[in-house]
Structures are given as structure tokens and as C-alpha cells.
Design a protein around this ligand. Structure first.
Ligand code: SF4
Length: 314
């Protein structure tokens, strides 16, 4: 293994060639925006949600997939594709619409679907439909859950509209099916410390999230977070601190968990602050370089499960 368990390598081994996730944009919203469980959304979420590089949500799904396949396939030399429902909450729609959407995706040659949603939008009726779909079309399913942090005090501060319990419930529900789980985390929420970062890694290990996807917090213009940032009510950690948080997270994370990203990409045009004005790949490479130099690897501090305290008696 390299210093961490990389998604691209994992996919290549699993499917035998290069695989790429292609974004599919649906005309959905989010229960934390429409008043069902909150208004205004998470304090860091812009009007267009969390997805960039998106096609028009009203463009036909098959057309979105085919257009993205030909563009991304050429650009990244990918042979296989996963349809990625990225923006907003993609299980937050009438069940008939969900079924119709899946049927369309089923009739394309993608190898699977990644459904991004909120933990409080996981329901067995939708999961049952997904299971039948996966069996009918012989495609893989990954449920991507936005958690951001296990620190439920911070979740309240970012107006998530759910706490840690809903995430735990979602994971336990999804685990009853043959689906993978990807958990999204932000390692530099202004109220979180290194202790929270370690707890994030430990919880992912214990819950056996198939994948994790890390993001650095960016400040999108005209959000609640932007106001707090401009008023000096929140401070962001330094880039060096972010790198140390990622390194520590990886060291505490089980080596079996596949890491989709160490840092996200956000277009500067929408943001007041984004990745310390440094390219994501430079930050990525610095992290890998430091881990290599110090002989650190993913999971080298993952020694806290399976009755650690009692092991001396065995
Ligand atoms: S749950 Fe996702 S889409 Fe909804 S407000 Fe929060 S970040 Fe935005």
C-alpha cells in the first residue's frame, strides 16, 4: 500500500481499468433548505448546493451521462464510469421519481451509482428499491453520507439540521443491504480540534465506512459562514494545521478504508476562502511527502478496537 489507501488504485484493481465518477445533476433540493428540518441550509452551503462542474438539473439524465462520459472519458482516459448524484439530497424526492431516475441510469453502461444524501434522508423504502435495481441491472451502489464531523456541537453550529445519531441510524440501515458507504468529513470546522479529528477517524473505523472523502472548509460567498468570517467571528486553521489534521486522521483510520480525497476542489469564483489559495494537488502531495519522510502510513495508530484494554489477559 502507498501511504494511504487510494480510491483510484482501488477502483482500477476492482474493475480492471480506470474508473471515473461522472456528476449527474437532478432537480432536487434539501430538507435543510425547504423547512422540513431547517431553513437556509448548512452555514457553509451556497445557493447551488455542494456540487460544482454540474450540468443543468433539467437536462435528461441519459444525456448528462453520455455528454460527461465522452468529455471526462477523453480527458482522464477513463474506461468505466460511476453515475454520481452529487448535489443536494438525492433520496429526497417522491419515491416514484426516485424509481424512474434509477431506471434511466440502469439503462446506461455505468458500472454503478453513487447517491449522495443526508443521513436523515435514508429510508428502507428507498433502499429496497435500490437493492432491486442493483440486482436487476447488476450495478454497484454506494450511499454517500454527508456527516462533516462527529462533534455534534459543531453540527449544531453549522446548522446541519441533524446530529450524530441520524448518521449512526443511516449507517446501520444501509449496512443491511449490499451497498457501500462513503462518509464526507470536513477536518477544519472552526470549532473542531485535533481531538475531534481523531474521533472522526475512530468512528469511521468502528462503523466500517467503505470510503471516506475529506474536504477542507471553504467559505462560499453570501452564506451565513461568509458573514461570520467577514465579521471575524470564526477563525480558520492554517494550511499547515490542516495538513497535520489529515495526516493524524489517516494514521488513526483503519487501513482497509478507501480514501476518496484528502481535500476537495472549490472554484475560487464562488468563494471568499478556498484551500488557502493553494492547489489541491500541492496540498495532497505535501501530505504524502511528509508521511513518506516520517514513515507514517494509514492505520499505523489504529489500535483501539477489539477490546484493547483486555488484550493483556489473552
Ligand atoms: S445538507 Fe448538503 S445540500 Fe443541504 S444545506 Fe447542507 S450542504 Fe447544502
Amino acid at each position: 500500500m502507498e501511504v494511504y489507501n487510494k480510491y483510484a488504485a482501488y477502483l482500477k484493481e476492482r474493475y480492471g481499468d480506470k474508473v471515473y465518477k461522472i456528476p449527474v445533476n437532478l432537480p432536487v433540493t434539501c430538507p435543510n433548505r425547504d423547512g422540513t428540518c431547517g431553513k437556509g441550509g448548512c452555514s457553509f452551503c451556497g445557493e447551488e448546493g455542494t456540487g460544482y462542474e454540474m450540468r443543468d438539473a433539467y437536462e435528461d439524465i441519459i444525456s448528462q451521462i453520455e455528454t460527461n462520459k465522452s468529455y471526462i472519458g477523453k480527458k482522464y482516459k477513463a474506461k468505466y464510469f460511476i453515475a454520481y448524484l452529487q448535489n443536494y439530497s438525492n433520496t429526497y424526492m417522491p419515491i416514484d421519481d426516485f424509481y424512474a431516475m434509477l431506471e434511466k441510469v440502469g439503462n446506461t453502461d455505468v458500472v454503478g451509482i453513487a447517491v449522495s444524501t443526508r443521513p436523515d434522508c435514508i429510508h428502507s423504502r428507498y433502499l429496497d428499491i435500490l437493492q432491486k435495481w442493483a440486482e436487476k441491472y447488476k450495478k454497484d451502489v454506494c450511499i454517500e453520507l454527508g456527516l462533516q464531523t462527529v462533534n455534534y456541537h459543531s453540527l449544531k453550529k453549522v446548522n446541519r439540521g441533524h446530529t450524530l445519531a441520524e448518521y449512526l441510524d443511516a449507517v446501520l440501515q444501509v449496512k443491511k443491504y449490499s451497498f457501500e458507504i462513503c462518509t464526507h468529513l470536513i477536518l477544519n470546522l472552526p470549532w473542531d480540534t485535533m481531538e475531534d479529528v481523531i474521533e472522526n477517524a475512530k468512528c469511521m473505523t468502528v462503523l466500517e465506512s467503505t470510503y471516506v472523502k475529506l474536504h477542507a472548509l471553504y467559505i462560499v460567498k453570501e452564506t451565513e459562514l461568509a458573514k461570520a468570517y467577514l465579521n471575524g467571528q470564526i477563525q480558520l486553521v492554517s494550511l499547515d494545521e490542516y495538513k497535520q489534521r489529515v495526516i493524524t486522521f489517516l494514521r488513526y483510520l483503519s487501513k482497509d478504508i478507501v480514501v476518496q480525497r484528502l481535500i476537495g476542489r472549490a472554484p475560487e469564483a464562488h468563494t471568499l476562502f478556498s484551500n488557502w489559495d493553494t492547489s489541491w494537488w500541492k496540498i495532497h502531495d505535501d501530505i504524502v511527502e511528509e508521511m513518506t519522510e516520517k514513515n507514517y502510513t494509514q492505520g499505523d495508530l489504529c489500535d483501539y478496537t477489539a477490546g484493547k484494554a483486555v488484550r493483556k489477559y489473552i
